[in-house]
Write a protein that binds this ligand. Sequence first.
Ligand SMILES: [Ca+2]
Length: 405
Amino acid sequence: MKPLSLILFLTAILVFAGCAEVKEPMAEDTGEATESSTGTASVSDSETHDTETHTNNDSATASSTSEETDSDSSSASQNPTDPPIPGNGGTITITAVTADALTLAWDKASDDHTPQSNLEYKVVSSLSSNLDTLEGAQAGTPIRDWSKNIDTVDVSRLQPACAYYFNILVRDSFGNETVYNMATETTRRALDDLVAFFPFSGNSSDGGPNSIPLSSSTASPTLDANRDGLPSSSYLFTAANQEYFYNEDNPSPLGLSHELTVSVWVKLTDPATDQKVIGRAFRSSFYSGWLLGVASGGLYPEIWDSSGTRFSFNTGIIQPGEWTHLAITWRTGGTFRGYVNGIMHTEIEASLDPIGTSLGSIFRIGNRPYSTPLFLVDGNIDDIRVYGWELNETEIMALKNLPAD
Ligand SMILES: [Ca+2]
């Protein structure tokens, strides 16, 4: 029990250490300053009742219903105690989620005395699921201070791959507060959270965290200008010379089985020819692995699952002699998608089985990975990124729009 508890404890610390609260409040004023200036605004429901019993006498509570109509005036003696009613049952929707930002939206609240345009909202966040009560939300990290008549806020400065909790406090002109329904969202992983990155900036080194070494064929691909015209910043592969890069040591970081994204730039002499751009695969009695290729003037990826079943499509249009961005994403039990120039062209069901990761798999760039040289690339390859997670359409477009390396 003790070692397990310790492991769980350490794991909790590690997970927590990776995530941080929103770095600074988004509004100019801090929540504390505003709350102290308005005095009663930060007290809880029960405390509000107590306060009124002291400041007003019992008749204030008794007469509150009969005097609803004229209490819109700021007469201090009225002090209605009902908080506003959150709109749409208190639902908060979260959209436009990226690695460091997202958008919160909600329906405005209504109130028996305060006009809707005068209701104020405060947005709070937390790294824990502790904002579902008024008291809990009041203790949350303020990310938008009390603001009148708002129903959306853009939240930024978040950490990637972290679960955040949010809630909205709403208050009327008399300081009565309530909360919406706590909502949670996990930010996306960062685009530099990758398995391998071959920028081909002067050499074939892997700039990713695994530093996967590449060897070159006898006739090596040659450095060439990239899509911005920068010299020695992509590689030119000449098919007739059988030029390619490889790692035949079963590079395990590239043995991605559950989720995969591959992104690459190509400039091909003849995209109608069957060419294998990049892949890690193996062939014995059956195929296994993944492969991003080009054929018939379009993207032609192939993925073989752990039982050898092949998943493939031929999609999009690749022009000869034009730099073109190609990408594929796979999620086991989800979808297998193909993108050309940042646009998703095809989506098919992925296997329920993981991608095959047979021992002996070979990783190659510019040549088919599973056997002797064939289907070699004739043209340029650049800025290869391999991820162990499934990027979405927004993220693939962001990759396509990244500056050239
Ligand atoms: Ca490059």
